[in-house]
Design a protein around this ligand. Structure first.
Ligand SMILES: [Zn+2]
Ligand SMILES: [Zn+2]
Length: 276
């Protein structure tokens, strides 16, 4: 197994209570060659709730600056003594457009190898995870999601665009949802990533579901390649060690079938190719 470049530890509010050292042991047992620790850092709630005159709740957690500090600290310490596995220090930055200078500062932290860019929520709404899709104008929501993804894709303070199509992840009946009206917009996102030399992530966390899927679907991985995309990463988005290696071999096969002959990881934001 080549890589898993999107994983969460005890530093993520929704991660299993596992230290980076324990996760490294699990990765070595699996025979992973490269692993990135990318705990959640929601840029729009980086500071404590008072900073925003807000009140913390289950749907709106704050102080992700602490997560960044703790996670990067522990992973970079572990990295210094890690043998037999390429361990990468990173973060999954959510809602980067809310504070681009802050995201830039995190990207420029000299300890950081890899930054994932994610859109987990729309302005003034909780994470897609919490939405009741039966009470929402879905067509508008999904358009808003891809428009925000396009604004994010154009920025230069990340390495990998994570789980494109996250806006669909928790939608009931996702497998029947017709994405064709959004294809021109998705093309714009993929083209922007390709032109700017950014990586797209093939995220396999949905492969565990009753109706399995990847974020994004295979056809968009292939389309990214057609549009000149060079850099692809794969991940399980594991929040638990049990899913650290889940179907990574299948994801590698998908990458090959989409026309990629290598995957990419990042050392201090420099792409390194791993032949497939
Ligand atoms: Zn995410
Ligand atoms: Zn994640």
């Amino acid at each position: 197994m080549l890589m898993n470049l999107h994983t969460h530890t005890r530093h993520s509010y929704d991660g299993e209570n596992v230290s980076v050292a324990d996760r490294v042991r699990a990765a070595k047992l699996l025979g992973l060659r490269v692993m990135a620790v990318t705990d959640h850092v929601e840029v729009n709630r980086f500071y404590a709730a008072d900073h925003y005159n807000a009140v913390e709740s289950e749907q709106f957690l704050y102080h992700f600056g602490k997560t960044f500090a703790d996670s990067v600290d522990e992973t970079s310490r572990e990295q210094a003594q890690c043998e037999g596995l390429i361990l990468l220090t990173g973060a999954e930055l959510g809602q980067i457009t809310s504070d681009v200078p802050l995201a830039r500062q995190l990207y420029d932290d000299p300890r950081v190898d890899i930054i994932l860019a994610s859109v987990h929520e729309m302005h003034d709404m909780p994470d897609f995870y919490f939405l009741d899709y039966s009470r929402i104008d879905i067509a508008k929501l999904i358009r808003d999601y891809f428009e925000e993804a396009l604004r994010t894709a154009a920025l230069d303070c990340f390495d990998v665009f994570a789980h494109l199509t996250y806006g669909l992840r928790y939608m009931p009946g996702r497998e029947q949802f017709d994405l064709s009206p959004y294809e021109p917009l998705i093309d714009d996102i993929l083209r922007t990533l390709a032109i700017n030399g950014k990586a797209l992530e093939l995220n396999g966390s949905g492969l565990r579901k009753k109706h399995p899927y990847t974020d994004p679907d295979f056809r968009f991985i292939r389309r990214f390649r057609e549009l000149g995309g060079k850099y692809l990463t794969i991940s399980t988005d594991a929040h638990e060690s049990a899913f650290l290696g889940y179907r990574l071999d299948d994801l590698e096969d998908m990458a090959r079938a989409a026309g990629f002959d290598a995957l990419t990881y990042y050392r201090r934001h420099e792409p390194v190719m791993m032949p497939l």
